[in-house]
Design a protein around this ligand. Structure first.
Ligand SMILES: [Fe+2]
Length: 331
């Protein structure tokens, strides 16, 4: 048992943190709306010249796409369930001299929250903490079909060249627990994935790294964002819709070995993958959870579908380029 969790609930924020929203920078707002609404099945909260905001449940905003010259995830918003948990996280950040900015007004409203704090996380990915989400307006149609609740809106996967520091960051600031690992060779490289949970969702963060030479072939800060559908039909129908709308399928339908979810990965308009999954296991922490190392990330499927030779060459280029730049770490 981790020493940090033995002293009781007030010394740990485990269970009090969940992924609340993702803010994306993109020049392709119309494509994003078509992808998210017509492809995946989200509902639009706002559409303007500068913003497309999307709902998946009773929160006003879960995915916010902001007009920009960049194509990347701009920030991940973490919902903090209690004031003591918020205080503990802010104190830990302060204790490590990590500058935290309190944000109000338009920037908070853009994200659909009332109280917001921001800091620069590992890999220069902006991380945000929030409480008091704005709920959907009365009169807006209910959105069904996505599983959120105490486990949050989904999970993210991040590639890193500094996996030890990345994992230590999530463990020491957010009391993340390791659910399990996958070690697998992909395209001639040996990868290790570490799956971290912040609450009963099997993982809120997956950390991917090569073994041996540390390379990062993913040009965006996040490799994929996942959301969870309530039924298998929603996943297969979203797969068919994305395909027929002309969005590339990064990896076809398949089943993960560790959380046992059935999912597919579409290539989002910003280039990172978007995974829609169904029926992952959850982990209740009454008992110790064995940290198994799985030999493959999938039991079946998840085969590359619309990847061209050019796609593979650009990944290789990005991987090689990563050798020549340093990766920002906090700890
Ligand atoms: Fe995933």
């Amino acid at each position: 048992m981790d020493q940090r969790h033995e002293a009781g609930a007030t010394s740990s924020v485990y269970g009090a943190v969940r992924l609340g929203y993702a803010l994306v920078d993109s020049a392709r707002l119309a494509d994003w709306k078509r992808f998210a609404v017509d492809g995946i099945g989200m509902a639009a909260d706002e559409q303007s010249e500068t913003v497309v905001a999307l709902r998946t449940d009773d929160h006003a905003r879960r995915l916010i796409v902001r007009k920009s010259a960049d194509e990347d995830v701009a920030a991940l918003g973490w919902e903090i369930a209690s004031e003591p948990a918020l205080g503990l996280i802010l104190a830990r950040l302060k204790g490590r001299n990590i500058a935290v900015e309190e944000i109000k007004g338009e920037e908070a409203a853009l994200r659909g929250v009332r109280r917001l704090w921001r800091f620069l996380g590992p890999k220069r990915l902006t991380l945000e903490l929030f409480t008091e989400p704005v709920m959907a307006r009365s009169g807006q149609a209910a959105v069904g079909g996505f599983v959120t609740g105490a486990g949050g809106m989904g999970h993210v996967a991040i590639m890193t060249r500094k996996p030890d520091q990345m994992i230590d960051f999530w463990r020491s600031i957010f009391d993340a627990r390791i659910s399990d690992f996958v070690e697998q060779r992909i395209s001639g490289l040996s990868f290790k994935f570490t799956f971290l949970r912040l609450n009963p969702r099997h993982h809120s963060i997956a950390v991917g790294a090569t073994r041996g030479i540390a390379i990062d072939p993913i040009p965006t800060k996040v490799q994929h964002i996942e959301m969870q559908a309530a039924t298998l039909d929603q996943v297969t129908e979203a797969y068919r819709r994305c395909h027929s709308l002309g969005f590339k399928i990064g990896m076809a339908m398949g089943q993960h070995s560790n959380d046992r979810s059935v999912s597919f990965y579409a290539v989002s308009p910003s280039g990172f993958y978007f995974e829609l999954g169904w029926n992952p296991i959850t982990i209740e922490d009454a008992t110790e959870w064995p940290q198994i190392t799985h030999p493959a990330i999938s039991f079946w499927g998840h085969k590359p579908e619309d990847q061209t030779l050019a796609d593979r060459i650009s990944l290789l280029r990005a991987g090689v380029a990563s050798l020549f730049r340093s990766e920002y770490t906090l700890l």
